[in-house]
Write a protein that binds this ligand. Structure first.
Ligand code: RB5
Length: 146
């Protein structure tokens, strides 16, 4: 299950993402927002992060103007590894090396055709699972949440 969310600046891409996920036969839950009316990205980052922490979803996609605000907010939650990806290479490496569980995309930054590739690669790339990557990801869980 994939949890998706956006603020107003990512709303159009979120709606596109729903069509994309349907065409890929991926199940999703849409946590909003529901229009292009101005809203606050931390609210949707929190909903999607909590869906992953609770086990309702295994991955998340968060979209705002840049992807940055969503990423900052989601990474406040222990167990969340959110990555802003503007390239296919960063989407692949975020999965292989960082075991990222949330993809953040900037609607004002990334063309939709590129976003399609980024989303597909993020969803289809497994964690590398090698000892050094496991060790580093495990260390993330032990960093202080001050
Ligand atoms: C909204 O204008 C914009 O600031 C927001 O979508 C996002 O880009 C923040 O990181």
């Amino acid at each position: 299950m994939i949890a998706i969310g956006s603020d107003h600046a990512g709303y159009r891409y979120k709606e596109n993402t729903k069509l994309l996920l349907s065409s890929l036969h991926e199940e999703f839950i849409d946590y909003g927002t529901t229009s292009e009316e101005s809203t606050d990205y931390p609210d949707y980052a929190a909903l999607v992060s909590q869906a992953i922490i609770s086990g309702q979803a295994t991955r998340g996609i968060l979209i705002c103007g840049t992807g940055i605000g969503m990423c900052i907010a989601a990474n406040k939650f222990p167990g969340i590894r959110a990555a802003v990806c503007e390239s296919v290479a960063s989407a692949r490496l975020a999965r292989e090396h960082n075991n990222a569980n949330i993809l953040c995309i900037g609607e004002r930054i990334t063309p939709w055709e590129k976003a399609i590739e980024i989303i597909s690669v993020f969803l289809n790339t497994p964690f590398d699972g090698g000892e050094r990557h496991c060790r580093r990801v495990e260390k993330l869980n032990r960093l202080p949440n001050l």
